[in-house]
Design a protein around this ligand. Structure first.
Ligand code: NAD
Ligand code: PRE
Length: 287
C-alpha cells in the first residue's frame, strides 16, 4: 500500500513487542502503537492479519472503538469462520468485508512481506448479504491498486475451493515430509540427504507457520474433510493400479493431471516471487 501511495498514513499493531520493533526498524508502517485499540482510532480502513483463530478476540478488542463509516477487512485463509467470529463485534455503520489474498509464502513475520506479493494474484472478497456496494468498491479498488485481480464469492464456496487448492495440498505436504522424516531415522538420513526436487517442494510448503495452519484446519474442518475423503479414494485407486500393474490407468491419470498443470500456467497463475526456487516455472512460461 505504501509503495503504491494508497494510504495517507499506515498505522501498525502486533501482539509481540519484538514484531513491533522490527516493523519500526524496517519502516513497514508510519507509526506503530502498543495496543490494537490505539491503532484503529480514526482509521478509515482496518486490516486484520492474524491467524484465523485469533480474529474473533481481536475484533472484540477493537469493535467498540471503530467509528461509523470505517471499513474492516481481513486476510484470513478461511472465510466462514472469520465472518462468524468477527461480524458480531462490528458496530452499526461499520462495513465489515472479509477477504483473502491468494498470495503468500512459507515465511511469516514482518520481514517476510514484499511490495509485489499481490501483483497478478487473485484477491477474493466474500461480502455478507447487504454489504454496502460503495465500501466493497473501495476495497476492491485498494486490492487492485496493489496489483491484485479481485473476485467476489460466497464464503462457503470460498472455503470449499480453497480446501481443494490450498488447504488439503498443505496437509498432504505436511504428511509426506513427516513420513520421510520417520523413514530417515531408519535409513541413516538418506531420505533427507538425497531429497529430489519433488520432495523439496513439499518441504517448502511443510515449513509454513504451524499456528496459521493449525487454525486453518480447525476452522475449515468440513470442507477439508470432504476433499481429504475424495483424495483418499483416488489414492486407493492409484494404489490398486500399481498393485495390479495397470499401466493404462496410471498413464491416463497422469495425462489428465499434466493438462491441469498446463492450464494453470496458461492462465498465468504461476507467478510466485522469484526467490523461492521456482525459476524452472519461469523458464516454462517464457519458452
Ligand atoms: N502466509 C501466507 O501464505 C498467507 C497467505 C494468505 C493469507 N494468510 C492469512 O493471513 C493471516 C496472517 O498470516 P501471516 O502469514 O501474515 O502470519 P504472521 O505470523 O506473519 O503474522 C501474524 C501476526 O499475528 C499476530 N498474532 C497472533 N496471535 C494474535 C492474537 N491473538 N492477537 C493479536 N495478534 C496476534 C502475530 O504476533 C503476528 O504478528 C492468517 O490468517 C493467514 O491465514 C496467510
Ligand atoms: O506458496 C505458498 O507458500 C502458499 O502456500 C501460499 C498460499 C497458497 O496455498 O497458495 C497459502 C495460504 C494462503 O491462504 C494463500 C496462499
Amino acid at each position: 500500500m505504501r509503495a503504491n501511495g494508497l494510504a495517507k498514513e499506515i498505522v501498525g499493531y502486533a501482539k509481540s513487542a519484538e514484531t513491533r520493533a522490527v516493523a519500526v526498524e524496517i519502516g513497514l508502517c508510519d507509526r506503530v502503537t502498543d495496543t490494537a485499540v490505539e491503532a484503529v482510532l480514526g482509521a478509515d480502513l482496518v486490516v486484520l492479519a492474524v491467524p484465523v483463530g485469533a480474529m474473533g478476540e481481536l475484533a472484540e478488542e477493537i469493535g467498540a472503538h471503530l467509528a461509523a463509516g470505517t471499513t474492516v477487512t481481513d486476510v484470513g485463509s478461511v472465510k466462514q469462520a472469520v465472518i462468524a467470529a468477527v461480524a458480531p463485534h462490528m458496530p452499526e455503520g461499520v462495513h465489515f468485508i472479509a477477504g483473502h489474498p491468494i498470495a503468500g509464502t512459507e515465511h511469516s513475520g514482518p520481514r517476510s512481506g514484499f511490495a509485489t506479493l499481490f501483483v497478478n494474484r487473485w484477491w477474493l472478497l466474500t461480502p455478507m448479504e447487504g454489504a454496502d456496494p460503495a465500501a466493497v468498491a473501495r476495497l476492491r479498488a485498494l486490492c487492485e491498486g496493489m496489483g491484485a485481480k479481485v473476485d467476489e464469492m460466497d464464503a462457503a464456496h470460498h472455503d470449499l475451493v480453497l480446501a481443494v487448492t490450498s488447504h488439503t495440498p498443505h496437509l498432504i505436504a505436511y504428511t509426506m515430509v513427516g513420513v520421510a522424516d520417520d523413514l530417515s531415522r531408519v535409513t541413516d538420513s538418506e531420505v533427507i540427504n538425497y531429497s529430489a526436487a519433488g520432495f523439496r517442494d513439499f518441504t517448502r510448503i511443510a515449513a509454513s507457520d504451524p499456528t496459521m495452519w493449525r487454525d486453518v484446519f480447525l476452522t475449515n474442518k468440513d470442507a477439508t474433510l470432504e476433499i481429504l475423503g475424495r483424495f483418499t479414494e483416488e489414492l486407493f485407486a492409484l494404489q490398486r493400479a500399481i498393485r495390479l500393474g495397470d499401466g493404462d490407468h496410471l498413464h491416463a491419470y497422469f495425462t489428465r493431471t499434466r493438462a491441469i498443470r498446463r492450464g494453470i500456467i496458461e492462465a498465468g497463475q504461476d507467478t510466485a516471487a522469484p526467490d523461492f526456487g521456482r525459476s524452472a516455472i519461469v523458464v516454462e512460461k517464457s519458452g
